[in-house]
Design a protein around this ligand. Structure first.
Ligand code: NCD
Ligand code: ZN
Ligand code: ZN
Ligand code: ZN
Length: 391
């Protein structure tokens, strides 16, 4: 195969620490196969499939299935994320060691509902993870600080009558976990950082030498709460779209390294779970196929990151944080060729039904972007060529 890369940017294959595939349990909204195609089209060579499947990925049977199925499909390495607790928001730690020792070699554990909000359970999870050499990823969202059913606050949300999922729900967990990680001598990763206050806490914690890392989603880099005006359920997500000042703080934090990387939080949902009343719509947005375009628009165009920086936040840092040794590496003789080719001057318009995901819940419908992934290589084999999946 000859690939004409004239005028294009060659990057290490992207690594997504935060993908929701819906297998097992909701294969009507995404499967490991459809999600793998979406990931390859987005330039990803490795994704981490979150544990909130049905049943929850709290045992080696499920985590091994996820890894094996991903290898069978062969478009992207689908690394299973194990659940920290048994069952949905369980009270007992799952057998992390067994999952880590399986063929899926689980490297990262996360709660399966919201955060692990019992502080004692979180402390034990951090101690255990540290002994095992695995990473705990925390969806920082303390449910008991949520007022009402809807996850929003700020002047727009208040005017629209949307109840609150306040910043404090996120920031109190970030602060608590930074301190617990310090005392446990453990690492902790913050999923989908969304507020200016979280950025300040990360700065403080990193300044103290605490081993904390964080990701930001493409949608939190681009969209703000003005999107709520329409009451369209497609804009409902956890954490919620915040105010413009938060968006600005997150962009700056990603450019200066306070936030380490981009995680898509790709969250497919069925039409019927999204088109109902806003407060009833399931939270979550598609992300894999649009991530690079949004990073180019929000970070490269305004000069906050150059393409070297994009390689860092989309590939090198996530691979390093989660301990993937065959990804996010400098390209050298003998290295596995996990590569992504980007056309930085390719206009395209997002159309939900044209995406490889089974679900269509993209908040970027009909938006036009200026950069596109044109080819992806997984260990030297093209998984995408000319923007087409190579099965
Ligand atoms: C995620 C989902 O749908 O699984 N939803 C979301 O709004 N982000 C769960 C999560 O990441 O908290
Ligand atoms: Zn919960
Ligand atoms: Zn979450
Ligand atoms: Zn998520």
């Amino acid at each position: 195969t000859v690939i004409d890369a004239a005028g294009q940017v060659l990057l290490p294959g992207f690594v997504d620490m935060h993908t929701h595939l819906r297998e097992p349990g909701r294969e009507d909204t995404e499967t490991i196969e459809s999600g793998s195609a979406a990931a390859a089209l987005g330039g990803y060579t490795a994704v981490f499939a979150m544990a909130n499947t049905s049943p929850v990925a709290d045992s080696v049977v499920i985590t091994d299935h996820v890894w094996r199925r991903g290898q069978e499909v062969g478009l992207v390495d689908v690394h299973p994320v194990g659940a920290v607790t048994v069952g949905l928001e369980g009270k007992q730690l799952a057998e992390m060691a067994t999952m880590a020792a399986g063929v899926g070699q689980v490297k990262m554990f996360s709660d399966d509902g919201h955060c692990v909000y019992d502080p004692l359970l979180m402390r034990r999870a951090l101690e255990y993870s540290s002994a095992l050499g695995v990473l705990i990823a925390q969806h920082a969202e303390e449910p008991r600080l949520t007022v009402g059913a809807v996850a929003h606050e700020g002047p727009t949300a208040a005017r629209l009558g949307l109840g609150g999922w306040p910043r404090s729900a996120e920031e109190s967990i970030v602060a608590r976990d930074a301190i617990l990680a310090r005392d446990a001598g453990a690492r902790v990763h913050i999923c989908h950082a969304s507020t200016a206050g979280t950025v300040e806490l990360l700065k403080w914690a990193k300044g103290q030498g605490i081993a904390i890392t964080a990701e930001v989603t493409p949608h939190h880099l681009l969209l703000d709460d003005s999107r709520l005006e329409t009451y369209d359920g497609v804009n409902r997500v956890n954490p919620p779209l915040r105010e413009r000042s938060d968006v600005e703080a997150l962009r700056k934090a990603l450019s200066d390294g306070t936030v380490d990387c981009v995680g898509t939080d790709h969250a497919p949902h069925a039409e019927q779970d999204k088109c109902c009343e806003f407060s009833q719509a399931r939270p979550g947005m598609l992300g894999l196929e649009t991530a690079l375009a949004i990073v180019a628009q929000t970070m490269v165009e305004p000069g906050l990151l150059d393409w070297r920086g994009v390689a860092k936040v989309m590939s090198e840092r996530p691979a390093e944080i989660v301990g993937l040794h065959d990804q996010g590496r400098p390209i050298a003789v003998g290295e596995p060729a996990n590569l992504t080719l980007v056309d930085p001057n390719r206009e395209w318009t997002v159309r939900g039904p044209e995406l490889a995901s089974i679900s269509n819940n993209t908040p970027f419908e009909a938006m036009t972007f200026g950069a596109k992934v044109t080819a992806t290589l997984l260990r030297g084999r093209p998984t995408v060529l000319d923007g087409q999946v190579q099965r």
